[in-house]
Structures are given as C-alpha cells and as structure tokens.
Design a protein around this ligand. Structure first.
Ligand SMILES: C[S@@+](CC[C@H](N)C(=O)[O-])C[C@H]1O[C@@H](n2cnc3c(N)ncnc32)[C@H](O)[C@@H]1O
Length: 381
C-alpha cells in the first residue's frame, strides 16, 4: 500500500472536493432547468427518478397540510371510530359531529395518506392508521403539535428572535422558572412525556443491559415511567429519580411505584445530584438544553458517580441521513420554539463527555434510532 505524504494527500483531497462540487453544480443547473425537467419526466431511463423527485418535492410543499389532516383525524378520533369495524361515511359523519360533505373530505384526505382505507362503500383502518393507533405517544404528540404549529406560523420571525413568546416555551416554562405555581404545566408536560416513554424505554433497555447495575439514578426522570421499565428488567437494583420539585411530586404519587425507588427533588442547574448510583441515565434530557447547561450537568454527574460508574444518554440523535429529517428539521425547529437545546450527534456528545472527564464512550445501536440513539461512557476507575 502506498503511503502518501500529507501534502500530496491534501492536494488529492482538494482535487476530489473541487470535482465533486463541479459535478453538483452541473447537476443543479440541469435539474433546475424546466426543459430538462420535462425531458427527464418523459425519457424512460430518467422517468422513475424524475417522478420520485417531483413527488418528494410536492410532499415537502404539502407537509403542513398533511400534518393538519392527521391532526383533524386525531382530534375527531376518526381512527378510533373505524378501529372496531368499517363504517359508512354517513355513520362516521355522525360520530365525528361533521356534515356529510365535511366528513367525506376528511375521509378522502385520510385515505390518501393511508390512515384509513375504502372497503367497498365502508371505511376501515388503513395500515398507517393501524400503526399510529398502536403508538399512544405519537397520538399524544400529534395532539400537542397544535401549539407547535401556532409557534411556527412565522418561522422567519422565530429564527430572527422577533416572534411573540411561543406557546411551547410557555408550556415548558415550569422548567425555566422552577416555579411551584407551574404545577399544572408540569403535570401536562410530564403526562405527554410518559405517554411516549414506554416504547422508548423498551428500545433503550434492549440495547443496554441495566441488570448489571446495583443502583440506578434517572436524572430528569419525569413521573418514573422509565424507571418502572428498568425495574421490570432489573428487579434487584435500587432506583433513584431526580427531577424538578413539581415533577418529582408526580413521581412520588405514581401508583405502583417500586418500593426500591427513592425520589430526589432538585434542579441540576443549581443542585448537586445524589450520590450512590453506579449507573446514571439521561433519557431525552440533554437535547432540551444548550451546551453550557449540558456541560454543567455532565460535570455534576461525573462528580456524583463512583470511579468506574457509567453514564447513559438516550435520546434522538443526529446520526445518519435516515434520522436527519427528524433530528435536524423536526427537532431543530421544535426546540427553537421551545427556547433551548438541539438534537446532537453522537460525536458532539462524545466530545462533551470527554471534556467532562468521561472515558470509554460507546455508541450502542438501538432498534429504532428515530426514537432514541444511545451513548454510554464511564468515569475512569
Ligand atoms: C423531555 S422530559 C423527559 C422525561 C423522561 N426522562 C422521559 O424520557 O420521558 C425532560 C425532563 O427533564 C426535567 N428537567 C428539566 N430541567 C431540569 C432541571 N434543571 N433539573 C432537573 N430536571 C429537569 C423535566 O422536568 C422533564 O421531566
């Protein structure tokens, strides 16, 4: 194998980049030319690609409308109505409280998106609709998106920091203010998180064997839904939950809470974390916060862990082209409306973990990276 001198390597890399960019510029001139578009849509070898690209572009333009169709289906419980058996449009109109014409419009839109399907003159559940009904967390998020859509009505103002206070950030305000009066918001937000947690928890626990740990501390643990799943996998482990006082109170009151679970109210902005755990978990917490607070949090965890202790970070991560639309587009704008945070790549998390003193940083593959990626790290022993 020939080993190239650094100068030669740099020269070749620069050459490759220059030629790749030239090819991309040429490609863009072609696909942006209406005459080429007409030609490509008719020419048999390019026709499938041209049609796919045109359909993908249309989907991008129509995305907001698709989301609103979905929202109407969830609010009017269209999927629930047809789940028990196919119904006529007239029966559905009555169940949804819509005029027959309006019901038919929604049914047609939902059928086009595979949420429902025509079965002769009746309407049944479509394949996508069936998958959605099996995911209560996604249903709760769709309902909650009403706030997000209002916040994104003027994305440019939001990007410029000129938008009126966002609904989503007010929903989340209990975290900023740590205000006991914000208990109602805390309960609503915590219920929303809990509804999507059980699916995420099983994927995380399939990817990392928690039963090897004796004491497990879940920081930002919400109402304890994740720790309840941990308890099923590691019944002998002692469990600790740390969250803001308004949320910790919900965890303390949760029915069926394991005897081995202790609750620790506090804020990682201002308080040290309880010691004694050999595994600390951060599930869907880090991406909510800006770098400065994440660095402080990692330092506090490092301090609380014994030598050899493990930290696990589980959340949606910007880690592949497949996940990028969710991480960079969806979470990028969702978190902007919320007022802080970003979906980070495993590399970015690794750099922060090393800065905080952790070693042995490992990525652990999960079943559905769209729900959660997983990174673990160790405090040197
Ligand atoms: C997105 S939720 C995730 C909850 C849970 N881990 C889950 O995945 O369902 C973030 C959690 O972090 C908690 N949190 C936010 N800021 C906090 C702080 N400064 N100190 C402690 N907990 C905090 C919130 O109250 C909330 O329960």
């Amino acid at each position: 194998m020939t080993v190239l001198a650094p100068d030669e390597r740099d020269r070749r890399e620069a050459w490759t980049v220059r030629w790749r960019d030239r090819w991309r510029d040429l490609r863009n001139r072609l696909v942006g030319d209406p005459r080429f578009q007409r030609f490509a849509a008719a020419f048999p070898p390019t026709r499938p690609v041209a049609r796919r690209q045109a359909a993908a572009l249309f989907d991008l333009c129509a995305g907001f409308v698709y989301s609103q169709v979905l929202f109407a289906c969830v609010r009017l419980r269209l999927l629930d109505h047809v789940a028990a058996g196919a119904l006529t449009p007239e029966a559905l109109a009555r169940q949804m409280g819509l005029s027959p014409a309006a019901a038919l419009r929604l049914i047609r839109a939902a059928a086009a998106l595979d949420l429902v399907e025509w079965r002769g003159l009746h309407i049944g559940l479509g394949m996508r609709g069936a998958a959605l009904r099996g995911n209560p967390g996604a249903l709760a998020m769709i309902d909650h998106h009403a706030m997000l859509y209002r916040d994104l009505a003027d994305p440019v103002a939001l990007l410029r920091g000129e938008a009126a206070p966002a609904q989503l950030s007010r929903f989340w305000a209990y975290v900023e203010a740590a205000d006991p009066a914000a208990t109602a918001d805390a309960a609503a937000y915590t219920a929303l998180m809990a509804s999507s947690q059980s699916l995420v928890a099983e994927d995380i626990l399939d990817a990392y064997p928690v039963a090897r740990h004796r004491v497990i501390l879940d920081v930002g643990g919400g109402d304890g839904t994740f720790l309840a799943a941990v308890h099923r996998r590691a019944p002998d482990a002692r469990l600790m939950l740390f969250d803001l006082p308004a949320v910790a109170a919900l965890a303390a009151a949760r029915p069926g809470r394991p005897d081995s679970l202790t609750i620790h109210p506090g804020s990682f902005r201002t308080d040290d974390l309880p010691e004694g755990a050999d595994l600390v978990t951060l599930v869907r917490v880090v991406h909510d916060h800006d770098d400065e607070l994440v660095r402080l949090l990692l330092t506090r965890i490092h301090r609380a862990l014994p030598p050899g202790g493990t930290l696990m970070i589980a959340e949606p991560m910007a880690q592949s082209a497949e996940v990028a639309p969710m991480a960079d587009a969806y979470f990028g704008f969702y978190l902007m409306a919320m007022g802080s945070g970003e979906a980070r790549s495993p590399e970015a998390l690794e750099a922060m973990l090393r800065d905080a003193g952790f070693t042995d940083v490992r990525r652990r593959p999960t079943r559905r990276p769209l729900f959660a990626g997983l990174v673990t790290a160790r405090k040197p022993g």
